[in-house]
Design a protein around this ligand. Structure first.
Ligand code: TIU
Length: 225
């Protein structure tokens, strides 16, 4: 059993029943010309977490535990993209429109790919999700149950949209969830701070948070149980 001095109190997990979840580290959110930019965001600020995520992934992979990557994307015919999602607001380009990295948020297009620096490795799960949350219309819960996973450690982008939605969905399904503070980022720093606070308030009402250093330290052989 591993113990992390998390917020708001210790988080306990064992590697056999835990997964590291990397949410939507796709070109469409972190590079110019994608969906995030079309919404008017400064996408470059999300790139700050890439080295941290690389270190965390390396430590988690060395420890031999499950890694799950998600991608927010839709079928080419957009049958899984409700008009309420596609038509909202006045973005420069909408989901399915052609941009410099292909059609925005469409599976198989270059923009929907996970960035090369964080490429999934063989055996890792890659979950394509049409919603903000990772559990909506993906079958993820059933796969996790079949594998005996009870603890989910969340990273990726953006903190208050897809990371938070996924963590709330997971909490309602009975998972013990932790978000890694410096391995998640938002286009809005104040939203990131507020999200971390609200998830962990009221005695971990949704779950825990901790810096990557504590998680990586817990994975070192010296602290193996
Ligand atoms: N817009 C925004 O902050 N995020 C998203 O649309 N998707 C994810 O967070 N992945």
């Amino acid at each position: 059993m591993k113990t992390i001095a998390a917020t708001p109190f210790d988080y306990l997990f064992d590697l056999e029943h835990a997964a590291l979840v990397v949410i939507d580290m796709q070109r469409d959110f972190v590079e110019e010309g994608g969906f995030g930019a079309a919404l008017g965001n400064d996408v470059l600020r999300l790139q700050a977490i890439i080295p941290t995520l690389q270190q965390l992934l390396a430590a988690w992979r060395t420890a031999g535990a499950l890694v799950i990557h998600t991608r927010e994307c839709h079928r080419p015919d957009l049958a899984d993209c409700p008009p309420a999602k596609r038509l909202r607001g006045t973005p420069a380009l909408r989901i399915g429109d052609a941009g410099p990295m292909g059609r925005l948020l469409v599976a198989g297009e270059p923009g929907a790919d996970i960035i090369e620096a964080l490429s999934p490795m063989t055996g890792e799960w890659v979950i394509d999700k049409p919603g903000k949350g990772a559990f909506h219309a993906t079958g993820l819960h059933e796969r996790l149950q079949a594998r005996g996973i009870t603890h989910l450690i969340f990273t990726g982008v953006t903190t208050e949209v897809c990371v938070q939605s996924s963590m709330r969905e997971a909490n309602d399904r009975g998972y013990e969830c932790l978000v890694v503070e410096d391995a998640t980022e938002s286009y809005f720093p104040e939203f990131k701070a507020a999200t971390l606070s609200m998830l962990t308030a009221q005695g971990a009402i949704i779950g825990w948070s901790a810096p990557s250093r504590l998680l990586i330290d817990s994975l070192k052989p010296a602290s193996a149980s």
